[in-house]
Design a protein around this ligand. Structure first.
Ligand code: 2RA
Length: 373
């Protein structure tokens, strides 16, 4: 269906039904419901850039699950996808190009189309007054760009922020679990080894693993076979011997937790799984901790699910995190070799909380809050 026809239909439906809702709701309830509907449904226009990619498709799914119905929804993708279509809330919508998307002036554009596209186009959307939530690494370490995990630091957002960065998947799940512990005990140092799903590399890597499992010779996303293997190489190698993916974990963690003194040492490993990223994390605190209190802090943290009953074989695993929004934490135990040190195992679906869900949560925060100037 044509974008315009879709949005006109939706507006007409809402205008007809609003007075009917008013018959059942009185006074303030009606006013606040009216305001909510007006603000969140009638006025909100949303674009998703990279709508046909692995993360883009997940963003559409998360928006649908959360019953977010923008008055105008603009799926944007690269030149080769223009003219094709995608389905959103059961409606088929044509894929649009950037110029047309900017002309339609969405309130928010969620980008998930790679660093090059974000570098080039995010400033153009922002200059047109559109707030960009960017999933790539293009803007994350820019001092003027907030790097947001809503449960931790959405309160730093202001109306001036026209480009907002979504952190890397492996960072999001780690900091979500560590933030409540950092607030209480102060993190001195983190040593993390990751076991990252092929979905983090993209559709070519998913196909490589599928092909290898099925004995089919096909395109290689990695230099090496990934099935029956693990590859200690995520992103590209830098002069210091670390990979770009490792440095993201190090730098982004410090920025989100707001503490440049935290030491982070990361090793990123790609493993032949589809479901999510796993992380073995060793954390050293400035202050003493009590293990029961650690469990209590994690249990009450929003978005965290504790799976920690090893005697009954209960611990987080990527197979079971797939399609879920939570971050799963288990194997919580003291590092007995050093004071104030804790070990944890942290698992989450990198396409969900690690990308799509976090981006949609940022959009929801923008819509649900009157940001300061
Ligand atoms: C990965 N950097 O390698 C990706 C996801 N953002 O898993």
């Amino acid at each position: 269906m044509n974008l315009r026809v879709f949005s006109v239909n939706l507006c007409v439906t809402i205008i007809i039904f609003l007075p009917l809702i008013g018959l059942f709701l009185k006074g303030d309830t009606f006013k606040s419901t009216f305001h909510l509907i007006l603000h969140k449904i009638l006025l909100m226009k949303l674009a998703v850039v990279g709508a046909t990619g692995l993360v883009g498709r997940e963003i559409l799914k998360v928006l649908e699950e959360r019953e977010i119905h923008p008055s105008l929804f603009i799926p944007v993708a690269s030149l080769k996808s223009i003219g094709t279509s995608t389905t959103f809330h059961g409606r088929e919508l044509k894929i649009t190009g950037h110029e047309e998307a900017i002309r339609l002036r969405p309130d928010i554009a969620i980008f998930s189309a790679g660093g090059g596209t974000s570098k080039e186009w995010a400033p153009k959307y922002a200059a047109a007054g559109i707030t960009v939530i960017d999933n790539s690494s293009a803007w994350r370490m820019d001092e003027k760009v907030p790097l947001i995990v809503p449960e931790i630091n959405a309160s730093i957002l202001s109306k001036k922020d026209k480009i907002i960065a979504n952190p890397n998947c492996s960072t999001i799940q780690m900091v979500l679990a560590l933030a409540p512990l950092h607030r209480k005990y102060g993190i001195r140092r983190i040593v993390v080894s990751t076991y990252q799903s092929v979905t983090g590399t993209g559709i070519r890597a998913v196909r490589q693993l599928e092909n290898e499992r099925n004995g089919i010779k096909g395109e290689m996303a990695y230099f090496h076979p990934i099935d029956l293997n693990i590859i200690p190489h995520g992103g590209y190698f830098l002069d210091n011997g670390y990979t770009s993916e490792e440095m993201k974990l190090e730098n982004e963690t410090r920025k989100i937790l707001g503490d440049p003194e935290i030491g982070v040492s990361a090793t990123v490993v790609r493993v032949p799984v589809f479901g999510g990223h796993s992380e073995a994390v060793n954390v050293e605190f400035h202050n003493e901790f009590d293990l029961k209190e650690v469990l209590a802090l994690l249990s009450s943290a929003i978005g965290i699910v504790i799976q920690d009953d090893p005697m009954n074989n209960i611990y987080p695993m990527p197979l079971y995190s797939k399609g879920k929004d939570e971050v799963f934490v288990g194997r919580i135990r003291r590092d007995e070799t050093r004071p104030n040190c804790l070990n944890l195992f942290i698992v989450s679906d990198n396409l969900r909380k690690g990308a799509a869900t976090n981006a949609v949560q940022i959009a929801q925060y923008l819509l649900g809050n009157d940001l300061p100037d």
